[in-house]
Design a protein around this ligand. Structure first.
Ligand SMILES: Nc1nc2c(ncn2[C@@H]2O[C@H](COP(=O)(O)OP(=O)(O)OP(=O)(O)O)[C@@H](O)[C@H]2O)c(=O)[nH]1
Ligand SMILES: [Mg+2]
Length: 221
């Protein structure tokens, strides 16, 4: 699958077979373990972090498992599975943070507010948060809750990348339309196109994480 050469920031999985086979995640992720869960804003974590955010059921936990190459995060067909802030330690030098999904209407307003406060509190307070990954289901246009969340990140000067998920189920045109709309609204942004099911795009994502950790310039191809 190739979106378009015009999408210069794209880290889609439309690259050569050779590049496909170089699974950076397998080379890069040497060790992973579950650390703890929080039902409130975590204290300031002492290692670098990457947070996975997005609507319920978008595929946050599945993507984390695809990167780690093991089933460490809970996944489910029914939305709202991740109800805590789950922290995973990687290579003993950084954390991946799996956040509860936003925009899940079936939860009580009280619970949604509690999550909103603890997620926003975490994102605002964590000084070592290197990048917030905003996951969007590539099959559908970004929802209001996604747009509001991205606006909030921008307003608070938080570095973010967008990850389009479930690309095995979407059409190239839907992804292109989504990107076009988001660019018209937010300007240029870094993005990845992934499928946890087919393990696509994860290598590019790991390459990005590695570069951010090493404070190396990240070149968008
Ligand atoms: N086809 C396909 N299905 C996927 C993919 N990623 C996740 N899913 C499915 O989507 C559903 C939700 O996945 P989760 O990873 O639990 O989603 P989540 O964002 O963590 O959900 P919450 O924890 O409820 O916020 C599960 O049925 C997954 O199997 C993908 O790349 N392709
Ligand atoms: Mg989850």
């Amino acid at each position: 699958m190739r979106i378009s050469d015009k999408n210069k920031n794209s880290y889609s999985y439309g690259y050569t077979k050779k590049q496909h086979n170089q699974d950076n995640c397998l080379n890069f992720i040497k060790k992973s373990s579950f650390v703890t869960s929080y039902d409130r804003t975590p204290e300031d974590l002492s290692l670098a972090q990457f947070a996975f955010c997005g609507r319920s059921n978008v595929g946050k936990s599945s993507l984390i498992n695809a990167i780690l190459n093991r089933k460490l995060a809970f996944t489910s067909k029914s939305p709202g599975k991740t109800i805590l802030i789950n922290v995973f330690l990687i290579n003993e030098n950084f954390y991946i943070v799996d956040l509860p999904g936003y925009g899940y209407a079936k939860r009580s307003k009280e619970l949604r507010n509690k999550w909103k406060n603890s997620i926003e509190g975490y994102l605002l307070k964590s000084t070592l948060l290197l990048c917030v990954f905003v996951l969007i289901d590539s099959r559908h246009p970004a929802q209001d809750s996604d747009l509001m969340f991205i606006e909030w990140l921008k307003a608070n000067n938080k570095e973010f990348s967008i990850i389009f998920t479930k690309a095995d189920k979407s059409k190239q045109k839907d992804i292109s339309d989504n990107i076009k709309y988001l660019k018209s609204r937010f300007g240029e942004f870094n993005f990845f196109i992934t499928s946890s099911k087919k393990k696509k795009g994860t290598d590019k994502l790991c390459g990005f994480i590695e570069k951010r950790l090493n404070n190396m310039p990240y070149q968008n191809l």
